[in-house]
Design a protein around this ligand. Structure first.
Ligand code: ADP
Ligand code: MG
Length: 355
């Protein structure tokens, strides 16, 4: 798009933001600026006062290390808001950061926020209300697979079908899209967190070593895989030996970690197969051209696309920068809001009380 000074000037005095409220990470996109916030969806709360003490990365760093008066909370569970007030505080904080980063005072924003496909009316309403009470002037909802597909550059508005698999922290969302909408969707609670748990369990069973979730996550990101690696690797893990009670460090191999992750990986593949089973044959024919696009942090697991291609007989490919697909998709909508309104989902009238 050519530079238009009038639009630029108007942009100075309006604020359009897109939010990917994930179970693991929350990202905020500001129109004309790009991604300005990318932080873990964590809040540390003082148990006695219920006051939030830290939000985002600071709060995640406290995980597993908090004193008895503090709790570290992830307000988004299984893809949907489970703790409304905490979510609201987290969003208020992040939107406040956006305002703080600006040299000119900005008005209350128009917000586009992602929700998983196929959620209930109450869950949709919770996302809407959280955005509004965090200071939005107006809030709109988009289904995450649609946003992910837009962010990945898929031809979402096309009659031809496409498929997105978004592997996040708490959930994996599988969606077949056609003509701008979701045709078939599946959601399962096996994703990045479950993989971390798999590693904790495996190390515990095999070595009697208790490791923390964040240690498991680091091992997964470093040497985790779903397919034999050209060069297998090793990593050190530290924890507490359950027999001696003492600290211990051991070396684990990528072959062992692959073994630990195998059940979760298989469950995700079976769910994709199940969604393919339900897709109309015309769409299946389209998918033989377009393949399956992997998004979300879990898409970064080494060898995952190769493993899936082998098992599903379709081309499986990783979106560019899979962790930011959804929020960049909200940015695509904000770039031409009027033309893209068709991608938004509506909300039934009425109000709901939140926990
Ligand atoms: P959500 O949308 O639920 O917030 P994200 O899309 O941000 O989730 O993905 C977060 C998940 O991706 C976490 O479980 C994280 O451990 C996982 N992840 C991030 N990088 C990698 C990697 N290189 N390999 C495997 N998993 C990864
Ligand atoms: Mg996500």
């Amino acid at each position: 798009m050519a530079f238009n000074p009038l639009n630029w000037l108007l942009g100075m005095f309006s604020l359009d933001i897109g939010i990917d409220l994930g179970t693991a990470n929350t990202l905020v996109y500001v129109k004309n600026r790009g991604i300005v916030i990318n932080e873990p969806s964590w809040v540390t709360i003082d148990k006695r006062t219920r006051e939030p003490l830290a939000v985002g990365q600071k709060a995640k760093d406290m995980m597993g290390r908090t004193s008895s008066n503090l709790i570290a909370v992830r307000p988004v569970r299984d893809g949907v808001i489970s703790e409304f007030n905490v979510t609201q505080e987290m969003l208020t904080y992040f939107i406040g950061q956006v305002h703080a980063q600006s040299v000119v005072p900005l008005p209350r924003p128009r917000v586009v926020i992602g929700i998983p496909a196929g959620v209930t009316e109450v869950e949709k309403r919770a996302a809407y209300d959280a955005a509004m009470s965090a200071g939005a002037r107006e809030a709109y909802l988009v289904e995450e697979p649609v946003a992910a597909a837009l962010g990945a550059g898929l031809p979402v508005g096309d009659v031809k079908g496409s498929m997105v698999v978004d592997i996040g922290g708490g959930t994996t969302e599988v969606a077949v899209l056609s003509m701008g909408g979701v045709v078939v969707s599946r959601s399962l609670r096996v994703a990045g967190d479950e993989m971390d748990q798999d590693i904790v369990q495996y190390i515990r069973n095999k070595y009697n070593l208790l490791i923390g979730e964040s240690v498991a996550e680091q091992v997964k990101m470093k040497i985790g895989s779903a397919y034999p690696l050209p060069q297998e690797k090793t990593a050190e893990v530290r924890g507490r030996n359950l027999v001696t009670g003492l600290p211990e460090a051991i070396e684990v191999s990528s072959i062992e970690i692959r073994d630990a992750l195998s059940v979760s990986v298989q469950v995700i593949i079976d769910t994709i197969r199940d969604a393919l089973d339900e897709a109309p044959p015309e769409v299946i024919a389209d998918l033989m051209d377009s393949g399956i696009c992997l998004a979300g942090g879990g898409a970064l697991l080494q060898g995952l696309a190769d493993r899936m291609s082998d098992e599903l007989n379709l081309r499986v490919w990783q979106a560019e920068d899979p962790l930011t697909c959804v929020v960049r998709g909200t940015g695509v909508i904000l770039s031409d809001f009027e033309a893209m309104k068709g991608y938004l989902v509506s909300l039934e009238r009425g109000s709901t009380r939140h926990r």
